[in-house]
Write a protein of this length. Structure first.
Lengths: 394, 537
């Protein structure tokens, strides 16, 4: 008999579990990347409010992480990803993506440069076969390190103030930069990054540092109303920020069963990422051709009249022809507006006669609405404090 | 130069009207007597490092359509929902409020199992009333004596709304509009403290007791708003209620509008029966094609317009308009977080509204004092500590406490308030809080005390009435402020009113300001960036 027990506990617990489970008074958990993750700790509205008003902590441990090291790290990443990894300074972070040979997106994620030959990729999905296959001919090693690193996101207008109270002076840390700080007998890394479109930081540590750091941060942040938040609150904030999520706003090419589902970066509003001049990269030829003929789809932000969320709705041209679909939508408390992220066929986007058909569930019956929508810029919510230097102090 | 519109008073409704007109391309100028803007939606720093919400202190009624149309979030407006609330009982007990439905039911059940389950039926009925009234908020009331097509159409719309209700619901609704909150709550509940808590919304800002007929409607007025779709929920404006008028001012200026502070309007200029501008206290004239008053109806017509310009009947009705002051306000700077020993440690209740009136009878006795021309010896206080949630108003660890107090009469036994009366009023309130939070008074750094005297002198609210006129059924809809003049117009051509004296009344709602702007734009044939009101599904 072997001693396997994972079928009894299919979902892993993160290094913060002792604290998150104590705080999760409603026991609302969901799976994320093989881990138990809190959907809501007790009050999603107040948790969302902590993101935009005070300080919030979100357990990021389930984020899939790969460490890329070696002499050819830059060359490898430039072949693999869309942006120029060589231009990324040591101590900096950028948001990037990678595609298959057909130029269809496999995932997006953040790339951290820890040294001249050392990077960390953080993303939503698992890619080890693809990353290893892509490494052929490069002097690099690719390691899946998800379980080796614990991560906590601290977001909100008071986040810099809370860090200062916790003894971490981040006043000189610019957006998309990181630095190390002593903590206990070791050190932690703090990056000015996040998924809320607000002032915020992500804290990277060893699993052993997780609980002491959590306790330290919660104590230091108490005067500013720091509170743990679940995925429900974070999802609302990310919609306001106009961010997309793999498998929610697009299907990664390696998982799409239906051939018409994969999308290119150009079709997802990520064309700005592509560094056409850095030399060859996977998908370049297909993307060049697509750039010539124009993408078939486009990812857009929508302003929806009224106050009903357009989640899951179908878009129409001239109220008749199907023109696309909403991938994420919400009533935005920060904007006092109903907003949506949608995939629209390019030919209908030009015609500028888009409608959304909303089924609003009211006491078991749907009320059907057909409303004209307006394409608007993303991010929907874009406060100056997100970028301000030095960071806002409260 | 001649403006398209001169708005008298930089309160929230005046600024709402001004912003809509400016967005429609009009040249507008808002004149304000104080050195600061805001009217009764105002935040001032009276003690170093502490921002107060000096008058209004919570937000729910402010129409989301206005926030969106005028892009107020972009100009800094943020509404924070709050959690909790509690009534402290004599003898050390308490009733807590929770945002979580089940936690709240279990808390109610500690006081009455029956009431805990009755609450859902009560909430359903109140929501039904809300659904009836919400579509009326952003519509100009019809004039029932007019035969103009728009009035007829609106009357028919109103009739259809009533017609859509069942006979039983129609009967209940009419009862609800006219009955007392005590009688209404007796239909559902038995626990004195539960009734005491729920009756609060029916007396706030009103010179009625919980046993007075007509008080039930006032409850609805406090339930018909929402915070991001949670109907009946209330929140704080981040940075204080003044951030609402600050955002409105920023939006107005972005649309090209002007605001002049520090000089009040002495007189509204009328020539050949038309308003043509205003004369300021320093003698300056500001000319406009129309004058829009954000002041209450009494102040506007009895203090700033020649009586000779107005029909006798109108003047008589304006004089009879009920605008009795009933409340006062304490704004308190605290050195540390107050402790209420009755509450369990870590309970969220302190992040909501805190009361010390544990029965309707006690509340009614407070009203008895008002009727006798005195402030309540055992007053009702609606205490809030916004800084339990908002980190921007005080230094960390310090707090701003707001206490809304009833009852306080406009005059003390027929004479004006004195400073000694005001101090006695303050001490009565602080002592009551101290009873439930020992050591509270030692934490107090500064108190701003506002009786009806200060509210009238500073904000300009006649008799200190926070709603610019009582919200009784005889003064609502097409009877607000007076019959025949419910469409934001006055007997003087080009003189308009846009404040809370008009439909749909008081609270930081903005609806009167928007409805007034809609009327002006319609009359001027101008199209403004005004979205349709949200449908009630």
């Amino acid at each position: 008999m072997t001693v396997l027990t994972h079928f009894r506990t299919p979902l892993l617990q993160t290094p913060f579990h002792a604290r998150t489970s104590a705080a999760n008074v409603l026991n609302r958990w969901g799976p994320w990347g093989g881990y138990m993750t809190a959907l809501c700790f007790g009050d999603a509205d107040m948790e969302y409010t902590a993101i935009r008003n005070a300080a919030s902590v979100y357990d990021l441990c389930p984020m899939v992480k790969y460490r890329i090291t070696g002499k050819d790290a830059v060359g490898y990443l430039n072949r693999l990803t869309l942006r120029d990894a060589g231009k990324l300074p040591v101590g900096a972070v950028h948001y990037t993506g990678w595609t298959d040979d057909a130029g269809k997106l496999l995932d997006d994620g953040t790339l951290f440069r820890h040294g001249p030959e050392e990077y960390l990729i953080c993303c939503q999905e698992r890619h080890l076969p693809w990353f290893l296959a892509s490494a052929e001919g490069f002097d690099v090693s690719v390691a899946e390190v998800t379980e080796d690193i614990a991560a906590l996101s601290l977001q909100g207008p008071c986040s810099a103030t809370v860090l200062a109270a916790a003894g971490f002076d981040v006043s000189t840390l610019k957006p998309f930069r990181m630095a190390t700080f002593p903590f206990g007998k070791g050190q932690i890394t703090i990056s000015r990054t996040g998924f809320t479109g607000d002032l915020g930081y992500e804290l990277w540590m060893t699993p052993g540092q997780a609980l002491p750091l959590w306790d330290h941060l919660m104590q230091a942040g108490a005067p500013w109303g720091i509170r743990p938040i679940g995925t429900d609150a974070l999802n609302l904030a990310r919609i306001e920020a106009g961010f997309i999520i793999t498998n929610m706003d697009f299907v990664p090419a390696h998982q799409a069963v239906r051939e018409d589902r994969p999308r290119s970066p150009l079709e997802l509003g990520l064309g700005w990422m592509i560094d056409w001049d850095k030399g060859h990269f996977t998908g370049r030829r297909a993307l060049l051709a697509e750039r010539e003929r124009g993408p078939e789809w486009q990812m857009v932000g929508l302003d929806v009249p009224g106050n009903v969320s357009a989640e899951g709705s179908i878009l129409y041209h001239n109220k008749r022809q199907e023109a696309g679909f909403v991938t994420a939508a919400a009533w935005s408390p920060a904007l006092k507006a109903s907003v949506a992220i949608a995939q629209v066929q390019s030919k209908y986007l030009k015609a500028n006669d888009l409608w959304v058909e909303i089924y609003a569930l009211r006491e078991l019956q749907y009320a059907k609405l057909m409303l004209p929508v307006r394409v608007v810029e993303r991010p929907f919510f874009n406060p100056a404090r997100k970028r301000a230097m030095p960071p806002e102090r409260t | 130069m001649t403006y398209d519109a001169v708005i008298v008073g930089a309160g929230h409704n005046g600024l709402v009207t001004a912003s809509y007109l400016a967005r429609a391309g009009m040249k507008v100028c808002v004149v304000e007597k104080n050195d600061w803007i805001g009217g009764a939606a105002v935040s001032r720093e009276l003690y170093p490092g502490f921002t107060y919400s000096n008058c209004s202190y919570v937000s729910s009624l402010f129409r989301p359509e206005i926030m969106r149309d005028l892009e107020l979030p972009k100009h800094g407006l943020q509404i924070l929902p709050y959690e909790g609330g509690a009534v402290f009982q004599e003898g050390g007990g308490y009733l807590g409020m929770f945002r979580d439905h089940d936690a709240n039911r279990r808390e109610f059940a500690r006081h009455s199992k029956r009431d805990a389950e009755a609450y859902d039926i009560y909430a359903r009925d109140v929501l039904r009333f809300c659904r009836f009234i919400r579509p009326m908020l952003l519509r100009t009331p019809p004039d029932p004596s007019s035969f103009r097509p728009r009035d007829l159409a609106e009357l028919m719309w109103l009739g259809r709304q009533m017609g859509a209700l069942s006979e039983e619901m129609r009967a209940r609704m009419v009862q609800f509009w006219t009955m007392s909150i005590a009688d209404f709550l007796d239909q559902y509940f038995e626990s004195p403290v539960i009734k005491g808590y729920l009756a609060v919304s029916a007396i706030i800002g009103t010179a009625l007791g919980p046993m007075s007929p007509g008080s039930a409607y006032v409850l609805l007025h406090h339930y018909m708003g929402d915070v991001d779709g949670n109907v009946g929920a209330w929140g704080f404006a981040r940075g204080g209620m003044g951030s609402i008028t600050r955002a409105l001012t920023a939006s107005l200026k972005a649309a090209g509008g002007e605001v002049r502070t520090g000089q009040g309007v002495e007189k509204i200029l009328v020539q050949s029966g038309r308003a043509v501008g205003v004369v300021l206290a320093n003698g300056d004239e500001v000319r406009g094609k129309r004058v829009i008053s954000n002041m209450d109806v009494k102040r506007t017509f009895l203090k700033h317009v020649d009586e000779a310009e107005l029909p006798d009947d109108f003047v008589k009705r304006v004089k009879a308009f009920k605008i009795r002051g009933s409340s006062g306000k304490l704004n308190i700077a605290l050195d540390s977080t107050p402790v209420f020993p009755a509450l369990p440690e870590g309970a969220p209740n302190i992040r909501g509204d805190l009361h010390f009136t544990d029965s309707i009878e006690k509340m009614e006795r407070g009203y008895d004092d008002w009727k006798n021309g005195r402030f309540s010896r055992d007053p009702f206080q609606d205490v809030m500590i916004p800084t339990m949630i908002d980190p921007t108003m005080t230094p960390p660890g310090k707090h701003f406490m707001s206490s809304f107090v009833q009852y306080a009469p406009p005059k003390i036994e027929g004479r004006d308030w004195t400073d000694a009366d005001r101090d006695a009023f303050r001490d009565t309130c602080l002592n009551q809080i101290e009873t439930y939070s020992p050591g509270f008074k030692d934490r107090v750094l500064h108190v701003e005390v506002r009786t009806p005297r200060e509210l009238e002198a500073e904000v300009g609210l006649t008799e200190g009435n926070i709603f610019q006129g009582e919200l009784t059924f005889d003064q609502l809809l097409f009877n607000r402020p007076v019959p025949g003049y419910a469409q934001y117009r006055s007997p003087i051509r080009d003189l308009w009113i846009c404040g809370s004296s008009t439909h749909p009344g008081g609270g930081v709602m903005g609806a009167p300001g928007r409805n007034a702007a809609a009327e002006m734009l319609r009359e001027a044939g101008a199209k403004g960036g005004m979205r349709d009101a949200y449908a009630v599904l």
